[in-house]
Design a protein around this ligand. Structure first.
Ligand SMILES: *[C@@H]1O[C@H](CO)[C@@H](O)[C@H](O)[C@H]1NC(C)=O
Ligand SMILES: *[C@@H]1O[C@H](CO)[C@@H](O)[C@H](O)[C@H]1NC(C)=O
Ligand SMILES: *[C@@H]1O[C@H](CO)[C@@H](O)[C@H](O)[C@H]1NC(C)=O
Ligand SMILES: *[C@@H]1O[C@H](CO)[C@@H](O)[C@H](O)[C@H]1NC(C)=O
Ligand SMILES: *[C@@H]1O[C@H](CO)[C@@H](O)[C@H](O)[C@H]1NC(C)=O
Ligand SMILES: *[C@@H]1O[C@H](CO)[C@@H](O)[C@H](O)[C@H]1NC(C)=O
Ligand SMILES: *[C@@H]1O[C@H](CO)[C@@H](O)[C@H](O)[C@H]1NC(C)=O
Length: 459
């Protein structure tokens, strides 16, 4: 009996020996080995993992992420192939016989991260700092490290700067969309002309500067640990906002997200027809008519789309064409811009230009002497009543109100009952949003990320 048990155990261990582990728990990739899609490297203490991942699209990337339970888009620290995503799960990371560190895949040429030399004997290790380091084994020389190619986030141990000899630049580049790690339009790093200041560039134009660093402090109120090796995580997001572990440090687009972290922003030139007070409000709704869609191949981000709208004087609304990714761009000019409420199954987040309402709210904000809650309640009720009166009064009034822009030139095309109801909802909604009330119809929760932004439109 005992021997039979022993045989069974022996057999099992034999089996175990021959079963190839589907995902290795190693920290090191040696020459000739591969990390296939589905496999992971894990750093020695288990802080970080390296492997292939995909977010909402069919694009696959090699990345490094914190080994925690957050969603992948929130715990990524590095992405290898941001400009060359792989289109299916055929990716595999290898160090080939010539010492090249590369990602092979079925869809085309391998993506080479480091070009080796014939006869080299190398291996790559994922460290507990999140750095992935390729070394020559015979002399321990460091050949390549992921920390030299930062993605969108700076973790302790990484640096920002310029190597004057080689021209190598360490900087962060935003994602293209909320869940699209492809190269976006904002970069954050040292000013290449004055290395004692930090800059955010938008399409290579200066968008924000830190002011110069003097005696360990920036001349502006902006502050991060001056030694980046000790700094908290610093991140630039796809809307150009810079944040650390404590929250947003820089946010230059008040038109979009209404933050007050706008010191030292360098806004681009607005066309004559726009004023700095022009604000976009997001609404979860459906447009009857198609707007003008820019080509997908232009790789437009949400911020680019806003700029497209601002720079076209007849534009009154814009939206991403791919709602989840928040990429692509569609703009509407005034005439056919009618919407059909949030109940439509094709509803999505659309940004309406609406300066008139903003001005009204500014005036009302002067009266701060009411108890907040009562004031809000009375205002909300008031808004409904006012909306009713405004909506049902003369057609002129209707065109003058906050939706004048949307409904401009529609004298012959009077709003139907449905439109009026929809307008009332929008008015109330605008009112609530602008007064910072956290009361939203359930339908709106769908695009909560942006609703949150709207809620801080007027702090
Ligand atoms: C991946 O895509 C390529 C073409 O892009 C195709 O040839 C290959 O068979 C696909 N591989 C898998 C595993 O789906
Ligand atoms: C280590 O390998 C390199 C080639 O990558 C070679 O040039 C060098 O001579 C080797 N050094 C030793 C100590 O073997
Ligand atoms: C590579 O280096 C390791 C460690 O120095 C050594 O054990 C191994 O034999 C070397 N392999 C080759 C092919 O030189
Ligand atoms: C650096 O200087 C060049 C030439 O004066 C200028 O075009 C560029 O915008 C400057 N870059 C930054 C980041 O200040
Ligand atoms: C504004 O956008 C509309 C719709 O795409 C287009 O027809 C018009 O030419 C644009 N105007 C300018 C000045 O670009
Ligand atoms: C858009 O992105 C693709 C792939 O990343 C790139 O090949 C193309 O040049 C980009 N187009 C523009 C206009 O930047
Ligand atoms: C608004 O959308 C609903 C749901 O899709 C549809 O049934 C209705 O006909 C639309 N109204 C108009 C006026 O197009």
């Amino acid at each position: 009996m005992a021997s039979r048990v022993r045989n069974v155990i022996l057999c099992l261990s034999c089996l175990l020996l021959f079963v190839e582990p589907s995902s290795s728990l190693l920290e090191t990739l040696v020459q000739g080995q591969e990390v296939k899609d589905g496999d992971e490297l894990v750093s020695a203490q288990g802080n970080f993992k390296l492997g292939f991942f995909t977010l909402q699209s069919n694009n696959y990337y090699l990345g490094i992420w914190y080994n925690d339970n957050r969603q992948r888009q929130d715990n990524l620290v590095w992405v290898a192939n941001r400009d060359t995503p792989i289109f299916n799960n055929s990716g595999s990371l290898t160090i080939d016989g010539s010492g090249n560190l590369k990602i092979s895949h079925d869809g085309g040429l391998p993506i080479v991260l480091y070009s080796g030399q014939e006869g080299s004997n190398t291996s790559a290790v994922l460290l507990d700092t999140g750095n992935f380091v390729l070394r020559e084994l015979n002399n321990s020389e460091e050949l390549w490290q992921s920390f030299d190619y930062p993605s969108h986030i700076l973790v302790p141990g990484m640096k920002l700067g310029v190597n004057r000899k080689t021209g190598h630049i360490w900087s962060l580049t935003s994602w293209r969309g909320a869940v699209v790690p492809d190269l976006g339009v904002f970069t954050f790093g040292m000013d290449s002309n004055h290395t004692n200041q930090l800059v955010i560039l938008w399409h290579d134009n200066i968008y924000w500067t830190s002011g110069s660093l003097e005696r360990g402090h920036f001349t502006s109120s902006f502050s991060v640990e001056t030694s980046f090796t000790k700094s908290p995580r610093l991140m630039i997001d796809y809307l150009g906002r810079l944040s650390d572990d404590r929250g947003i440090l820089v946010d230059c687009n008040s038109r979009f997200s209404g933050s007050s972290k706008m010191e030292r922003c360098m806004p681009g030139q607005l066309p004559e027809c726009r004023s700095p007070d022009d604000v976009f409000y997001s609404h979860f709704t459906f447009m009857y008519s198609d707007g003008f869609k820019f080509s997908e191949s232009e790789n437009l981000t949400l911020m680019d789309c806003e700029a497209k709208c601002l720079n076209n004087c007849s534009c009154v609304a814009y939206a991403s064409t791919i709602e989840d990714a928040q990429t692509g761009c569609e703009i509407w000019t005034s005439t056919p811009a009618r919407f059909n409420g949030s109940s439509n199954s094709n509803a999505r987040t659309i940004y309406f230009l609406n300066s008139a309402i903003a001005n009204k709210v500014e005036n009302r904000r002067a009266n701060r002497w009411w108890n907040r809650r009562w004031r809000w309640l009375i205002m909300a009720v008031g808004a409904i009543i006012i909306s009713f009166f405004e909506a049902f009064s003369t057609e002129n009034k209707l065109r003058e109100d906050g939706f004048g822009l949307v409904y401009k030139d529609q004298a012959k095309d009077r709003p139907t009952k449905l439109d009026v109801v929809s307008m009332l909802q929008m008015k109330l909604l605008n009112y609530l949003l602008q007064n910072n009330l956290h009361f939203l119809p359930t339908k709106l929760q769908k695009s909560q990320r942006f609703q949150k932004l709207s809620q801080i439109t007027i702090p």
